[in-house]
Design a protein around this ligand. Structure first.
Ligand code: ADP
Ligand code: MG
Length: 227
């Protein structure tokens, strides 16, 4: 199995005016291609910080990040932008869909940002992805015309449009009822199985953690593999 992601000796602090919070401490992690992994831990333990570090959304104090064996050069902003847009898909607790755009347009947007001339193909692809997440009849709905679960499905479809190698999700069902949450959990499982995409999900949901291949917990700035 090939490593898709490796973190080595990651340290992350937040410096306030009077105090410094050391959130990630010499943290190591290896994730293999195609794994579906969950990260659990108490509120404030650093789960979102870790996911943002993996997603190259946040800086680190020191340590190394490798994506597909290639060390991420944090000074190369162009490369970082490319990795973020092409190799990583992000799903948050709140969907962050653009309210003025339809479901279809929201899904198309990250692909259009790469290639404005390919609108026709991108539209076809976005429709296929929306179909695969169960939204065949919702192309032209605006976010406020969709249920909570449907909005989250659109956000997941948007995260898939550029065929990312790694999908990161931060409490993707934290805001949904149990039944809708279970549907979204099954959708992640399906995406992982059918596309062999690597998924790392931060969650408070035992049900979701239980269907992942591996469970890690964040404690005292480090990761522990659970059984
Ligand atoms: N931008 C920030 N500046 C300062 N402190 C922060 C910032 N973001 C998070 N923290 C602190 O870091 C800790 C970990 O936060 P977070 O990663 O969001 O935890 P979790 O997602 O596990 O609930 C918290 O105690 C939080 O107060
Ligand atoms: Mg969090």
């Amino acid at each position: 199995m090939s490593k898709i992601l490796e973190l080595k000796n990651i340290n992350k602090t937040y410096k306030g005016t009077s105090e410094t919070l050391h959130i990630l401490k010499d943290l190591d992690l290896v994730i293999n291609e195609g794994e579906f992994v969950s990260i659990i831990g108490k509120s404030g333990s650093g789960k979102s910080t870790l996911l943002n570090v993996i997603g190259l959304l946040d800086s680190i104090d020191d340590g190394e990040i490798y994506i597909h064996g290639e060390k991420v050069d944090r000074t190369n902003h162009q490369k970082i932008d490319l990795l973020k847009n092409r190799d990583i898909g992000f799903v948050f607790q709140f969907h962050y869909l653009l309210p003025e755009f339809t479901a279809l347009e929201n899904v198309m947007l990250p692909a259009l940002l790469n290639n404005f001339n390919d609108k026709k193909n991108i539209e076809e692809k976005a429709k296929k992805i929306l179909d695969s997440v169960g939204l065949k009849e919702r192309y032209s709905h605006k976010p406020n015309q969709l249920s909570g679960g449907e909005k989250q499905r659109v956000a997941i479809a948007r995260a898939l449009i550029n065929d990312p190698k790694i999908i990161l999700a931060d409490e993707p069902t934290g805001n949904l009822d149990e039944e809708t949450s279970n549907e979204i959990h099954n959708l992640f499982r399906k995406i992982n199985r059918e596309n062999n995409q690597t998924i790392i999900v931060v969650t408070h949901s035992r049900e979701l953690a239980n269907i992942t291949d591996k469970r890690y917990s964040v404690k005292n700035g480090k990761l522990f593999l659970e059984n």
